[in-house]
Design a protein around this ligand. Structure first.
Ligand code: AMP
Ligand code: MN
Ligand code: MN
Ligand code: MN
Length: 277
């Protein structure tokens, strides 16, 4: 059976590999079908498509949008989107504006905490990529403020910390609308990563389905035992298809490695049935 990895990042957002190197690594890891899903951008897709052809992989045009659901930041992956659709292009431009403003706010907040020069620092690290909190984390590592990404998020950037800016992203329903307008399938990304109770995940999945979302990411990287089964049950209850992906960012994190994750529970309807039927 073909190996599908439907969630991965390149250096166009907070991943480290260029689209070409990402496809090359995916090939090495035995992936047959890869979705490039950079945060709020489709800038890497053209380069990824050329590489996919060269390495003999199937590329799915994807994106991972940031959104809010009841003040909780949730990520919505769009699969098989038309990257040139006017609605999508406008959405990406909106998100980029938000990211730019958000970066300024993060830097102001960090400055008040004694972390100086973060805006210029994070911008320099991001280069042409869409700027995000990981670039601030990298800056803080490079300047010795923290010793790891984990520490940067725990002390400065994670939920409830100074660099966690509220109310900037559009509502989840809006984002699902963008994806559908661009011909794509909306997938609720890594539902287990939002620190929600099972009841809350069910409520989120229900609202997501109601708004036109079609799949739940039942498998996201290496998960604890039982997580996939729980999410598979929620997907079934809500009439959602199931997706799987590594959420790959960098090569030295075995828990988010390309093609390396558990199999989908047998009861799941794989999301690719939607486009390969
Ligand atoms: P942003 O897109 O700016 O909201 O940043 C979110 C990204 O930060 C996620 O996609 C992850 O790649 C990364 N991230 C989130 N939490 C952590 C954490 N605790 N440690 C390391 N990276 C994280
Ligand atoms: Mn990321
Ligand atoms: Mn995410
Ligand atoms: Mn991701």
């Amino acid at each position: 059976m073909a190996l599908y990895d439907l969630h991965a990042h390149s250096s166009n957002s907070d991943g480290i590999l260029s689209p070409e190197n990402l496809l090359s690594r995916a090939k090495d890891k035995g992936v047959d079908v890869l979705a490039l899903t950079d945060h709020d951008t489709v800038a890497g897709l053209a380069q990824a498509r050329i590489a996919a052809e060269a390495y003999g992989l199937q590329l799915i045009n994807g994106i991972e949008f940031s959104s809010f659901w009841h003040k909780i930041g949730v990520h919505i992956v769009g699969l098989n989107i038309d990257p040139e659709h006017p609605v999508l292009l406008e959405a990406v431009a909106d998100q980029l504006r938000i990211r730019t403003q958000r970066a300024e706010k993060i830097a102001q907040r960090l400055s008040k905490q004694g972390v100086k020069g973060a805006l210029d620092g994070a911008r320099a690290i991001a280069g042409d990529a869409v700027i995000g909190r990981p670039h601030f984390a990298q800056y803080m590592i490079e300047t010795g403020v923290v010793s790891s990404f984990n520490q940067a998020f725990k002390k400065y950037l994670g939920a409830g910390k100074a660099g966690d800016i509220k109310n900037m992203w559009p509502d989840m329903t809006t984002v699902i609308g963008w994806i559908k307008a661009a011909g794509g399938v909306a997938v609720l990304a890594h539902p287990n990563k939002y620190k929600l109770t099972r009841t809350k995940i069910c409520a989120l999945a229900s609202d997501f389905a109601e708004a036109g979302g079609e799949a739940l990411e039942v498998v996201s990287g290496r998960q604890d035992a039982g997580v996939a089964e729980t999410l598979a049950r929620i997907a079934e209850e809500q009439g959602l298809y199931a997706s799987c992906g590594s959420d790959f960012h960098v090569p030295d994190q075995p828990w988010q490695e390309l093609g390396s994750f558990g199999t989908m529970p047998a009861a799941c309807r794989p999301v690719w049935q939607l486009w390969s039927a």
